[in-house]
Design a protein around this ligand. Structure first.
Ligand code: ADP
Ligand code: MG
Length: 340
């Protein structure tokens, strides 16, 4: 990115920045039949979250979105690369050193039910982070829980109930209230609407938008469905097998994808108003390969309709093709703008 193109972006420090962030898991054991193997769940991701923005992250299941999400809030250790929060390197901070930062980096999960103890009242579940991280009195905690319930659209009466008495959408509101309890700066939302019906999805997406405005939040919003990302985020990255293959403003990504994988994801979005026979579809066949033994060259080449010999041998780097647009492809679907 040249200084003449984007001086305002260069001047602002990203709120959160990953540089060549990598997370490898060692699975299996020396004694098992298949031996030890290295799962390259996240393999060299660069991304920047700016203050007040919603950055979308999209990709098929298994491409490393959740692993990246947990690394971004340091719920997980990072194998290599770096992570900067408010300009400070937090890559290898110990659990103890992270503690004061915990309240500021929060996560919302796909299935809040899994993380909500079924035997405790919802009001207590929302109060938990306050009990652990603050010295508020029980009266103050009760007041804060009431405030949080109101923020996420739940009633005080509902605070006395148990998680199983809630619908999926309401449970997600509880998950969001818990994440908000300590007044975070960043929320990494890992597929927060994937398990919900479409009408409920819209309500939760609206809630995220309202909260962002009221509370000055910045989001990393993850989905496997591009149509969701399109509704929530201004910029988005497409992930494939642990790596970002394209970053662009969401509208651009949708209107003219540069990476064949992005185009395939778009054509996978159901569009009932469009005559199926007339739709251009690059159907994604099969599943992504095993990240323990990724293909050589471009990791997408075995499934790519544009692949040529070079794609099997040379891994394309993420390169800028236009202002705010980068793609990792030898043969992108749109040509690089002159001069970039
Ligand atoms: P996504 O959220 O995009 O579905 P994940 O981050 O959950 O992707 O998984 C990426 C890859 O890492 C998958 O191959 C998954 O099996 C593997 N993986 C995730 N968590 C672990 C773990 N704790 N140990 C070993 N492998 C893992
Ligand atoms: Mg996931």
């Amino acid at each position: 990115m040249s200084a003449t193109q984007k001086p305002q972006v260069l001047a602002a420090t990203p709120l959160l920045e990953a540089r060549a962030l990598t997370k490898h898991y060692v699975v299996g054991s020396r004694l098992s039949r298949s031996g030890k193997k290295l799962v390259r769940a996240v393999d060299g991701v660069d991304l920047q979250l700016m203050t007040g923005e919603t950055f979308g992250l999209v990709g098929e299941s298994g491409c490393g979105k959740s692993t990246l999400a947990r690394c971004l809030v340091r719920l997980q250790s990072i194998t290599s690369g770096s992570l900067m929060f408010e300009g400070r390197d937090i890559t290898s901070l110990s659990t103890r050193a992270l503690r004061p930062l915990r309240p500021r980096l929060q996560m919302v999960f796909q299935d809040p039910y899994a993380s909500l103890n079924p035997r405790r009242r919802v009001g207590n579940l929302i109060a938990d982070p306050l009990r652990v991280h603050t010295r508020l009195s029980s009266v103050q905690i009760r007041a804060r829980v009431a405030e949080l319930a109101d923020l996420v659209g739940l009633s005080l009466e509902q605070m006395e109930r148990y998680p199983h008495e809630f619908s999926g959408g309401q449970r997600q509101r509880v998950g969001i209230a818990r994440a908000l309890a300590l007044s975070p700066r960043i929320i990494v939302a890992d597929e927060p609407v994937s398990a919900l019906d479409v009408s409920v999805q819209a309500q939760i997406i609206n809630l995220f938008a309202d909260l962002q405005e009221k509370l000055d939040l910045s989001y990393v919003f993850i989905a496997h469905d591009l149509s969701v990302i399109r509704q929530v985020s201004t910029r988005a990255a497409v992930m494939y097998l642990g790596a970002i293959v394209e970053i662009a403003p969401t509208a651009t990504l949708y209107a003219s994808p540069a990476h064949p994988y992005t185009r395939a994801l778009i054509s996978a979005v159901p569009a009932p108003s469009v005559n199926r026979a007339n739709r251009q579809r690059e159907i994604l066949e099969g599943d992504p390969p095993d990240p323990a033994s990724p293909p050589t060259g471009c990791r997408f080449h075995p499934r790519c309709f544009k692949a040529e010999a070079r794609c099997g041998s040379e891994r394309p780097l993420l390169r800028q093709i236009a202002p705010e647009r980068s793609v990792a492809c030898h043969f992108p679907l749109i040509e690089a703008a002159a001069g970039s």
